[in-house]
Write a protein that binds this ligand. Structure first.
Ligand SMILES: *[C@@H]1O[C@H](CO)[C@@H](O)[C@H](O)[C@H]1NC(C)=O
Length: 480
């Protein structure tokens, strides 16, 4: 994992996004937030093989797309790659999600290759409240009322109309969309709300169903370790975590704290602290499974199996995964303080957390017994955070109402859209919230989250290659 981190850091630095790396220097990121940031970091960047001239541009958007009397505006950023542009070029828009946009998605990979084939112009739009497209001076709960997917989709609709109006060459161009993870969800929902603005879209790993207690997620993480690792590895995770739980439950908390190198302030008599800890333990495994490729899981399982006993193995492994340090701050209150600090200090973790409370839930809990990560991180942990960080109105009942409203508005598993190609990795923990084969999606064996954005390449599995080719065929139909 250390090697993987270095590669990521290298990619980030080479494309010049040092901005987001500044945050840990300003304030130490508490354990749970750190592991969640890792899970919400956005689709993997593409490997750029040549120098591409990317234009950074801005468009004026309404702060509130649904209130004609509110005339406030903000600047939304987007990136353009016009190297193939000609009269009437189709427009290939990659949608940003809860992350900062970056050059590689419009400079390399399968989306780029298809744009080249069709002489398309490539665009990457930034989602309001993320990256540099921040509409309000602070992230107070009141200001965040302008942050929701309906506003973001209306921004995209306005973007398409404005972009065409500003580029007479493109006035009659066809538009197609792509997105990964949450921005894949946006592709599907955009087609539902604005069917005439695009001819088709590609949604890689799109969750469609809002669900507060997302118990299936950890089941698939477990399956990934079982299928790509081994039964021994799976058992070691399961038994090691069970052993740590039982130490805390049986007056051996001090010993467990020492094994996990937790700071003294950690209170093992406090459920919220314990839940924060066990959630952060499981999130190390989620982080590996969600973006695994090649032999990541084999490699990590080999390391886990080098220790003498299960609990020691898990304690050492997660300590390493957490980035080590003198002592580990796993207090619940640390997460609350960090998200509150985000009111005045821009950090994408706060707006995304807000969206989960307000629209989706998707709390990856220990609620299923069919997973190896124990029983100590109920969705209640995450629901409590909503209340403590944003407003006491976000209790269990309200968050369930919010998720139900999202499903009612967008159709949940039945979005009712045409000409949207949905792909999922069979071992992507998000896939239970999206379409399956019966609904027309393509499920790629062994693949993880957003794993299919790279160019067609010799190391692709047969299924991966077939899916990329199917998409290329659909794009030809849509643009014909
Ligand atoms: C999936 O991975 C397993 C373990 O590496 C391998 O045995 C299997 O052939 C793979 N399946 C496909 C369809 O690639």
């Amino acid at each position: 994992m250390a090697a993987l981190r270095l590669v990521c850091l290298f990619v980030v630095l080479t494309i010049g996004l040092v901005h987001s790396l500044d945050i840990p220097k300003i304030k130490d990121v508490p354990l749970l937030v750190k592991t969640l940031k890792n899970l919400n970091r956005g689709p993997p960047h593409q490997v750029m093989t040549k120098r591409v001239n990317i234009l950074e541009k801005w468009i004026t958007q309404k702060l509130d797309n649904f209130d004609a009397s509110n005339t406030q505006t903000y600047q939304m950023r987007y990136l353009v790659n016009d190297e193939f542009q000609t009269q009437g070029s189709p427009i290939f828009i990659y949608l940003g999600g809860e992350w900062e946009i970056e050059k590689s998605m419009v400079s390399a990979g399968h989306w780029y290759d298809m744009a080249e084939e069709h002489k398309g112009v490539l665009v990457y739009t930034e989602h309001r409240y993320y990256g540099q497209s921040v509409p309000t001076s602070s992230m107070s709960t009141d200001n965040l009322k302008y942050l929701n997917v309906k506003q973001a989709l209306a921004d995209v609709a306005n973007f398409i109309e404005t972009f065409k109006a500003e580029n007479p060459q493109l006035a009659n161009s066809k538009v197609i969309l792509a997105g990964g993870s949450y921005s894949a969800t946006m592709v599907v929902w955009f087609k539902r709300l604005y069917p005439d603005l695009i001819v088709g879209g590609w949604a890689s790993s799109a969750p469609l169903l809002a669900k507060v207690d997302f118990t299936e997620y950890k089941e698939v993480v477990g399956q990934a370790f079982l299928q790509l690792g081994s039964q021994q590895c799976y058992d070691r995770i399961k038994n090691g975590i069970a052993e740590l739980e039982s130490m805390f439950a049986n007056k051996r908390g001090a010993e467990a704290k020492a094994m996990l190198r937790l700071c003294d302030s950690f209170d093992d008599q406090n459920d919220l602290d314990l839940w924060t800890l066990f959630s952060s333990i499981s999130n190390i495994f989620s982080g590996i499974a969600q973006y695994q490729s090649n032999n990541d899981i084999v490699y990590n399982c080999d390391y886990i199996m080098t220790f003498d006993d299960d609990a020691t193995a898990i304690a050492n492994f997660v300590y390493w995964g957490w980035g080590m340090g003198r002592c580990i701050d796993a207090r619940y209150q640390g997460s609350v303080e960090y998200y509150l600090w985000g009111v005045e200090n821009f950090d994408a973790s706060r707006p995304w957390y807000y969206q989960t409370c307000n629209e989706y839930g998707w709390y990856q809990s220990s609620g299923s017994s069919n997973q190896p990560f124990g029983t100590k991180f109920p969705a209640t942990l995450y629901i409590n955070l909503c209340g403590d960080v944003f407003s006491s109105r976000y209790g269990n009942e309200q968050i369930n109402v919010n998720a139900a409203n999202t499903n009612a508005y967008f159709g949940g598993m039945e979005p009712g859209v045409e000409n949207i190609y949905m792909t999922h990795g069979a071992l992507d923990p998000w896939n239970p919230m999206g379409h399956g084969v019966e609904q027309g999606a393509t499920i790629i064996a062994n693949a993880s989250h957003c794993a299919d954005f790279s160019s067609i390449k010799p190391t692709d599995s047969e299924e991966m290659r077939a899916s990329k080719e199917k998409l290329a065929g659909l794009v030809r139909q849509w643009l014909a």
